[in-house]
Design a protein around this ligand. Structure first.
Ligand code: GLC
Length: 474
């Protein structure tokens, strides 16, 4: 099967969030199963690669005629096509510019043009999030060519908060599409054009990244208005839980951590990594549990609940470590807390993969009280290293963490609470602190977490089912 992923980021070339992990790991898994997989992404200035120049495509974007220089490289059995245009993508960052609408319209037009260079059209074009959300619409509305007549489209929603909302002028002025698509409602959402809505309307199947988030997206609460669109597509809409990359996150052979470990020396191995981690952050008391966070520092991730809980935990006897970067007010608050409790709080503001591995391996608990979380990968990575996640049970967090409730020590692999409230967060964090004192129980839960299967195999098979169901469809 010929599958093309179109996304705004993919590891190992560029990453701001879980999207990049998913595009890469899913693609790799499919390629390992002998599918023909390509990935199309922008060639950002920050990308380091030895990709070779293929050709320049001359695009038409209303009155503009931008060039797309296409570079190609093979990674892990996949063919990566990089779309280069320095005016749009050499900015020192991936998103957040006033002209993001124009930048990603250009990318969408380029992705279509790249595929038109292929000998045969893809069987499946799989689009991720809003950035190339107009692609199925562009192709299906283009009646001038039959090239894509057999191609099917899958659109995945990773984050419903980003809806690709732009003034309706973008239809004609960027996408060469008629205003009638706005007038008839096909791409209209909240009185603007939404590229995400367009993806939902024009894709043959829509997926999101966990079964629980699938349900959430069909309700008023938690769908950010998308439920009104998605309910028309309910029959073609499914939730598939992401996996994590079992080669990248492999406690047995992880070169980033102090002491690699397996099921047989889990407890000892974790202890050694904990000592190394305390040392690295200059924290002293090894008898206290470490609660950690590795995250983009943004409102979505529940930092309003984290700050009071951190103070409470430190006062009750715990260490806390944070790695991440993001909103400056939250970053400042972390600096403040560290200054107040230098022996108990360690922070690293920034992005640092090797350090993240050390934190996953050396912590006892991993905090993830998200306000919403379509899937979440951190909790699964934590489990892989025998670290117990403490989560708010929303989206994929609900699907991947079995709360310890005092009776289910055979199956539980973390802690969870439902209400987004300080009270529930504090209660759950303190319950974990009590559990920490019961070493046999703690070790059992840690083993359960370690043994949880979060690999991509299951998820890849689910995606294959989706693709195959479309190919069988006339
Ligand atoms: C987005 C979501 C996150 C999910 C990731 C990958 O970043 O917020 O929950 O894990 O996409 O699908």
């Amino acid at each position: 099967m010929k599958i093309v992923m179109v996304a705004s980021e993919s590891r190992p070339l560029c990453k701001t969030g879980g999207l990049a992990d998913v595009v890469y790991s899913l693609g790799k898994e499919l390629a390992n199963a002998n599918e023909d997989v390509s990935v199309i992404i922008p060639y950002y200035g920050s990308i380091k690669t030895d990709a070779t120049f293929m050709r320049t495509l001359k695009l038409k974007m209303a009155w503009r005629t931008p060039n797309a220089d296409i570079f190609v490289t093979k990674i892990e059995g996949m063919t990566f096509y990089l779309v280069k245009n320095d005016q749009y993508f050499n900015r020192g960052h991936l998103y957040g510019d006033f002209d993001d609408g124009e930048r990603f319209a250009f990318f969408t037009l380029a992705a279509k043009a790249v595929m038109e260079q292929f000998d045969t059209a893809p069987d499946i074009v799989h689009i991720h999030d809003w950035q190339a959300g107009m692609l199925p619409c562009l192709i299906k509305e283009d009646k001038s060519s039959k090239f894509f007549s057999k191609t099917k489209f899958v659109g995945t929603i990773h984050n419903p908060a980003f809806q690709g909302l732009f003034h309706k002028i973008v239809l004609g002025d960027l996408y060469n599409l008629p205003d009638s698509l706005y007038e008839n409602g096909q791409v209209r959402f909240k009185d603007q054009v939404s590229t995400l809505k367009s993806m939902i309307v024009y894709s043959d199947k829509i997926t999101t990244v966990s079964p629980t988030h699938h349900l959430e997206l069909l309700t008023d609460e938690g769908s950010m208005g998308l439920n009104y669109v998605l309910k028309f597509r309910e029959d073609d809409f499914v939730g598939i839980l992401n996996g994590i990359d079992y080669l990248e996150f492999n406690p047995k052979e992880d070169k980033n951590i102090n002491t690699p470990f397996s099921a047989t020396n889990l407890i000892k191995g974790k202890k050694a990594n904990k000592l190394a981690l305390l040392n690295q952050f200059n924290l002293k008391n090894e008898n206290l549990p470490i609660y950690s966070i590795v995250s983009r520092i943004t409102w979505q991730k529940g930092f309003d609940l984290v700050f009071p809980a951190v103070e409470l935990l430190v006062n009750k006897g715990a260490n806390v470590i944070l790695l991440g970067s993001g909103e400056s007010a939250y970053e400042a608050k972390w600096e403040e807390l560290r200054a107040k409790y230098p022996e108990h709080i360690g922070i690293y503001i920034g992005y640092n993969d090797p350090l993240a591995h050390k934190i996953y391996a050396g912590s006892d608990f991993f905090l993830m009280p998200s306000l919403f979380e379509p899937c979440g990968l951190g909790q699964m990575i934590a489990q892989r290293y025998g670290t117990l996640p403490i989560v708010r049970r929303t989206g994929g967090l609900k699907d991947s963490v079995i709360n310890y409730d005092g009776t289910n020590e055979e199956t539980s692999n973390g802690f969870g609470f439902d209400d987004y409230s300080e009270y529930e967060m504090n209660r759950t964090c303190l319950y974990a602190l009590e559990t920490y004192k019961k070493k046999t129980l703690l070790h059992k839960l840690s083993k359960n977490a370690f043994n949880t299967d979060n690999s991509w195999v299951k998820s890849k098979n689910e995606y294959m089912k989706v693709y195959l169901s479309l190919i069988e469809r006339k």
